[in-house]
Design a protein around this ligand. Structure first.
Ligand code: BMA
Length: 837
């Protein structure tokens, strides 16, 4: 039986003498601190109190020396020979350029964070006490040496200055336009000794397919043999079904197939249920002689579903749509980045929580972006259970990559391993070759800089699709995000394949989202600051301003604040105070993304997906995220929940007209009465129109609003309100800054408490738009169930606050309670808070 013996979790960590840079603090030479495994150097030094928290203020710059230091992890382990044929040291993840020594003998050297390693150490392991040393060289300097040896290739010009493309390590750890430069090292995933005899299960690859009413699981597996060749038995089972295969003594692989009649199908959330089946594989010896010995076993949960990427020529260009169990779905997705700069501290519970937050915002797909990592199984487990499809990038982002050795072999090893590792997950829907590297070629002037050299194209068009087909064979592959289906066609061609829409944020402003109709938008985003309590936990500038030093250290985008200001100016008056800057930019972020997603969904059919940049953050920062680095939802998160709901009502300008679109992404038809009203700010109906209709499942309906309803008498003081069942959409004829907002008058009442939550009733005496209660300003752990509520005079809403008690109405004033009104009408008035400038 294969037995796993975890290594101690407590190691000793020290810097390697002679490999400490001149700018390191003096204590580094002598310090020996506890090294937590799994873990990394930064978190160990932080736990030991030797470095400041790099997430706070400008501390990031004080810890840069760590990346140019070599680090040694050392531990002792007791070993008693258990008579096994083999004892392997199994490293699930080493970050990154490491040598491994056991009792002074070098057993291995590694240079890839994205794969695991297994070394036969039986010969060097001793009875009694053994010493394990893992020494990490500077990955940054390794990358620089490889760059110098092979010749530089383009890197992400706006995101990092380091040669991320010359070492197989999480690219964003070298800095990104939302992330700090915290290039760490360490034993970032579990490490153990594994003893086994006769044979062990190596790679197990379950290919799950559905054929009519029949599910099939074809399990291909590789075996590693020990000293004595023996005939073996592989048994594959799901519940009462099982299949046995005899493996001859000289064979190193086997295939077993299970046929499951009438399996319950796995669906993404909103489309059906997520039934998962336990699949077990056991390996035994001695079956023939009657004394069967179990050598090893493997269990995973699988789901039965088909997934296709449909890219067909059509009258527009080339479609791009995911179909699950034959049903094309409009993807309501978000991009996922590493949830922490140090992924070793992302627990199973934190993964689960974050995926739940995605689900609660009606997200049905997460794209694991190529500058991060192949996530831990805990992430994909949560996605399997909660019905979130996963689009997984291979780890190539915004750079040209060498195809020379040893990088090429590392790419083969990591891709093969991760395609196999992630195969059991029903949620995994698509493998994608790279992030924006084709944009680099078509839009960032790479051809001139690269000349005739290799730059990764061979990976994306040849190597990676071959690995996906050979190892898995059930999942679609697409070469890049974005990619229009051919290198001869410009990446920015919206009529073909998937697109990234970034010109809008970078330059043109969000009204321009409506100028482009991609077939599938796999990235678009708008920045906003993190929650106030997150920002003020991380940045202690006094005064705190958008461009005070600590705040700027938490804004990594090129000219990020300039883009925020230019993106705000067409919509809101220039903010006077920091508090207004914060709220205005959070609100503007929500507005921008609502414009794009409602636009994309109104083109359902031609466009079949929206993946907003980005769901999460890896630290507290002003970024495109909907959930900030402390896990708090920004106003954008509430907007995503609304615009990604199964039923969407939206008003869209089309030519000279206004059109109401009803989009139904549920599985049942949507019969509804649509009421379109033009109202003034007192709530008086100036014109109205009603229609009864049924929107089929997976479809949309468009209704041109009659001109008398669509045409305001006073554009600055009227709006359209469209109601369909419990859905309501608004259309304003002028931007906020030109709207005749009244001073918001609200009656706020804290209702008698029932249970732990506090319920607040807000009644409007005037028209108010985008009412928000910032619960985190009442208590750092507090949350609110809804944001951005629009009310007419006489209307009220009840908001539920969790994680806070003892709220009184005197707490519920600015800046806890905000509305769009007060950004506009009070912009010129004298303010009690610190000025922005
Ligand atoms: C996209 C992503 C990231 C980047 C984001 C925001 O290009 O692929 O590279 O962080 O834009 O600029």
């Amino acid at each position: 039986m294969s037995i796993r013996h975890e290594l101690p979790t407590r190691w000793e960590l020290r810097a390697v003498p002679g490999q400490i840079p001149g700018d390191a603090p003096a204590w580094v030479a002598d310090a020996v601190v506890p090294g937590e495994v799994p873990g990394v150097v930064h978190t160990d030094l932080l736990a030991a109190g030797l470095i400041p928290d790099p997430y706070l203020d400008e501390n990031e710059s004080d810890v840069q020396w760590i990346a140019r230091t070599a680090w040694e992890y050392r531990t002792e382990l007791e070993w008693t020979d258990d008579g096994a044929d083999r004892v392997d040291l199994v490293c699930d993840g080493l970050d990154t350029v490491a040598t491994v020594e056991l009792n002074g003998a070098r057993v291995a050297s590694t240079q890839n964070m994205h794969r695991s390693y297994r070394f036969d150490v039986a010969d060097v392991l001793r009875e009694g006490t053994n010493t394990v040393v893992v020494r990490f060289a500077s990955a940054l300097e390794h990358a620089e040496r490889e760059r110098d040896r092979l010749g530089a290739l383009p890197i992400p010009n706006t995101a990092s200055v380091h040669p991320i493309n010359f070492v197989r390590k999480m690219a964003s750890s070298f800095g990104w336009d939302w992330g700090p430069v915290l290039t760490t090292a360490g034993i970032w995933r579990p490490i153990a000794l594994e003893s086994w005899s006769v044979a062990r299960l190596d790679q197990v690859r379950p290919a799950v397919t559905v054929d009519g009413d029949v599910g099939r699981v074809r399990v291909a597996l590789d075996l590693e043999r020990g000293r004595t060749p023996e005939e073996l038995t592989v048994r594959v089972g799901i519940g009462a079904l099982s299949q046995e295969v005899l493996v001859p003594a000289d064979a190193g692989a086997a295939v077993a197939e299970l046929v499951v009649p009438d399996p319950d199908l796995w669906w993404p959330r909103g489309q059906g249920a997520q039934p998962l089946y336990d699949l077990t594989v056991t390996l035994t010896a001695g079956g023939g002689s009657g004394v069967e010995r179990e050598l090893g076993s493997w269990q995973r949960r699988i789901g039965f579903r088909t997934v296709e990427l449909r890219t067909e020529p059509d009258d527009v260009g080339t479609s791009f749509a995911l179909a699950v169990n034959g049903r094309e779905i409009f993807v309501r997705g978000a991009n996922w980045i590493p949830d922490d700069c140090f992924p070793s501290r992302v627990s199973r519970a934190r993964y689960r929580r974050r995926v739940e937050q995605a689900v609660d915002a009606n997200i049905d797909l997460l794209r694991v972006w190529g500058g991060g990592i192949y996530e831990s199984d805990a992430f994909y487990d949560a996605c399997d259970e909660l019905g979130v499809l996963v689009w997984q990038d291979f780890l190539f982002a915004c750079a040209a990559y060498p195809e020379a050795e040893p990088i090429r072999s590392e790419v083969v090893a990591e891709a093969t391993e991760n395609v196999a590792r992630l195969m059991p997950h029903a949620s995994l829907a698509l493998w994608n070759g790279n992030n924006e590297n084709f944009m680099g070629w078509h839009e960032w002037g790479w051809p001139e800089r690269i000349g005739g050299r290799e730059w990764g194209l061979g990976y994306y068009l040849d190597l990676l699709p071959t690995i996906v087909a050979d190892v898995d064979g059930t999942r679609p592959y697409w070469p890049g995000s974005p990619y229009s289906g051919s290198m001869d066609r410009h990446t920015a061609d919206d009529d073909h394949g998937c697109s990234h829409v970034w010109d809008v944020w970078n330059t043109t402003g969000y009204d321009d989202y409506r100028a482009r109709v991609p077939r599938f938008a796999s990235e678009f985003g708008w920045q906003g600051p993190p929650a106030w309590s997150t920002l003020t936990r991380a940045v202690h500038d006094d005064p705190l301003l958008p461009d005070s030093p600590g705040a700027l250290a938490h804004q990594k985008a090129t000219d990020g604040n300039g883009k925020l200001a230019r993106g705000l100016a067409p919509h809101f008056p220039e903010p006077v105070t920091m508090e207004d800057w914060h709220f205005a930019n959070q609100l503007n972020q929500s507005r921008a993304i609502a414009v794009e997603i409602e636009h994309l969904r109104s083109h359902r059919g031609r466009c079949m997906g929206s993946i907003v940049w980005q769901l999460n953050d890896c630290w507290p920062v002003t970024s495109w995220a909907a959930i900030d680095g402390d896990g708090r939802p920004k106003p954008l998160w509430y907007t995503l929940r609304r615009v990604y709901a199964d039923h969407l009502v939206t008003v869209q300008p089309r030519g000279e007209s206004l059109e109401v679109f009803l989009v139904n992404d549920a599985t049942e038809p949507w019969p509804t009465e649509v009421l379109v009203q033009r109202l003034d700010l007192s709530g008086t109906v100036r014109a109205h129109w009603t229609v009864d209709l049924t929107v089929p499942a997976g479809d949309k309906a468009g209704l041109v609003v009659p001109p008398d309803v669509a045409t305001p008498e006073d554009p600055a003081a009227e709006l359209l309100v469209v109601s369909a069942g419990d859905r309501r959409a608004t259309w304003f004829f002028v931007p906020d800054k030109d709207f005749a907002y009244p001073v918001a008058e609200l009656d706020i009442e804290v209702l008698p408490q029932a249970g732990a939550d506090v319920v607040v009733r807000v009644s409007a005496r005037t028209f108010v738009r985008d009412l928000v209660i910032f619960a985190d300003r009442l208590a750092v752990g507090a949350t609110v169930d809804e944001m951005l509520v629009t009310l007419f005079p006489g209307e009220s809403t009840e908001l539920r606050l969790s994680g806070v008690s003892q709220v009184t109405t005197s707490d519920l004033v600015g800046p806890v309670v905000r509305t769009a009104n007060d950004l506009v009408v009070r912009a010129a008035a004298p303010r009690p808070h610190a000025n922005v400038r």
